[in-house]
Unconditional design. Sequence first.
Length: 255
Amino acid sequence: MVSVLTTDLTETQPLERRLDTLLRVETADGRPYLLAVESQGRKDPAKPSSWTYYLAHLHAKYGIDPVLLVVCQDESTARWAARPIRIGPPEWPSLTVRPLALGPHNVPAVTDPSVAALDVPLAAFSAITHGKDPNAAAILEALATALKTVDEETAIIFSELTELGLGNTPAAQIWRNLMAIDLSFFRSESSQRLRAEGKAEGKAEAVVQVLEQRGITVADGVRARINGCADADTLARWLARALSVERAEELFVDA
């Protein structure tokens, strides 16, 4: 049985559709493309149809080839997102969408600032995909340091991309604290001292905030010890532990 349907495909009711990030990438061979970035925290049956719509709309609007990049923080979701999306009968699919999915299983953990500076996009995606790792703080610090080596516009793009990708994870609060404290443009000895003190204070605040966001009680004595620490390495170690400890006092227990 065949039925005749309307040929008018105009959408009469506004429907809000938003990507997480959309970038225009210029290439050396003069063939730009659009990079549509989606941060996916879990499997969502409604997403494949949305992704298909995004790509078709972007191609029609800009006349440039789009690439869909899905960034995930667990391997299972990333492998689900990477599956081809086929539109049409199995015998003859009219449209196939192939998302490029990144997860902790196929993106290295970049903890060396010098390595991060060589490839800032890789460092940003490393920070996002490993956002739930115990080593997330070190990865984020490497990215924050690397962003100081690029121009301001690029730094802002990848800073915002990282924050969006981290979502509501405790690592997102670490990232916001790292971005809020940046006095690197000062060069005097006094300013360098203030910078070090500011970083220590910011890390101490981040440790407390991560614990509280995870629902862990921070007693006054623990809070005072954290805020009173001025050693950057110690605070970095506590910050990494804050992502996984069950009690705040476990921050201070050395292996």
